[in-house]
Design a protein. Structure first.
Length: 301
């Protein structure tokens, strides 16, 4: 970790740097995140807004260690969570982060009480203790009359409030919420957001809330806009890694960088005032090159 990053890691709850995610669908590649940078303060309620497909869910999945980025880091409380082992990453998901998704994360066959107990039981808490905390949480959020109800017997707003209690069950330090009001009417959405705001204020919980609804975003103290895999207003120089040039002038360009820059086997080198620009060799240029050099059409590497 660079010194700069280390001091940021000490100061902030979450630091996201150079985060990049490339999905492969068959031979097609989708670049969902193109180098995202931001920090989240301890106890902050941050909203991230952006159009459909801009990379919001992808970003939350990386922060929640549900998936690994192609490049870049996510630092949580000073630790790089993109380098955790399988076991550590499971522990992180179970104890440190809480998730709430758009469609709710409740188990259909279980009551509200049992749903909230579930993560605590999985983390090894005794039944009686889990039950007590589940009841307290649900009561705290005005759901004391719904303890024995199953998800299909409750309204959308009630389901999402139970889902928030599920996410809070193991007292996480960070709550990740993905479009949790997406399927609710305005009034119900406000109620759910008030619940989130209370969790933020009363438990000092750090929250990252993703939404495409500007009205919902306003509950946060800060709003970041993401578009096409980049935070708006950030001009990002992708992947600032250091490569060495060997005695023969060879340089190793990491695979992720080659993919992002669209580089294949042959490239064009241009010396600019900023340094060396390495560009993909386009088809037209390739034809011109081979016309100029009739003996060198075949690639020899
Ligand atoms: N598992 C996957 N495989 C391939 N491509 C994916 C995968 N998940 C997401 N993508 C692509 O990555 C891009 C970002 O997707 P993401 O789900 O992060 O967007 P989003 O901002 O959450 O959108 P929405 O508001 O619709 O939920 C999209 O182009 C999407 O098609
Ligand atoms: Mg999404």
């Amino acid at each position: 970790m660079s010194e700069d990053l280390e001091s940021l890691a000490r100061e902030y709850k979450v630091v996201v740097r150079d985060l990049m995610k490339v999905y492969r669908r068959g031979t097609q590649e989708v670049i969902a995140l193109r180098g995202v940078d931001f920090e989240v303060e301890r106890g902050e309620l941050l909203s991230i807004v952006g159009p459909s497909g801009s990379g919001k869910t992808t970003l939350l999945r990386m922060i929640g260690a549900l998936d690994r980025p192609t490049a870049g880091v996510v630092i949580f409380e000073g630790a790089n969570i993109t380098q955790l082992s399988e076991e550590q990453s499971m522990d992180y998901r179970r104890r440190r982060v809480g998730f709430v998704w758009q469609t709710g994360n409740l188990v259909p066959g279980l009551t509200a009480l049992e749903n909230v107990m579930l993560p605590m039981r999985l983390a090894g808490k005794k039944r009686g203790e889990a039950k007590r905390r589940a009841r307290d949480l649900l009561t705290d959020f005005g759901l004391e009359a719904r303890l024995r109800h199953r998800p299909h017997q409750m309204s959308g707003g009630e389901n999402q409030r139970v889902a928030i209690c599920v996410a809070l069950a193991n007292s996480p330090d960070l709550l990740l919420a993905d479009e949790i009001t997406g399927e609710l009417d305005t009034e119900t959405a406000d109620m759910v957001m008030e619940t989130l705001k209370r969790a933020n204020k009363e438990y000092g919980l750090t929250i990252i809330n993703v939404t495409h609804n500007p009205r919902v975003a306003r509950y946060a103290s800060r709003v970041l806009r993401i578009r096409d895999g980049l935070i708006e207003g950030q001009r990002h120089v992708l992947y600032g890694d250091i490569s060495e040039i060997d005695a023969k002038g060879r340089i190793v360009i990491p695979e992720a960088v080659r993919r992002l820059a669209g580089l294949q086997k042959r490239v064009v080198l241009q010396v600019t005032s900023e340094g060396l620009l390495v560009k993909p060799l386009r088809v037209a240029e390739a034809e011109r090159v081979s016309e100029d050099q009739p003996g060198e059409e075949t690639e020899n590497n």
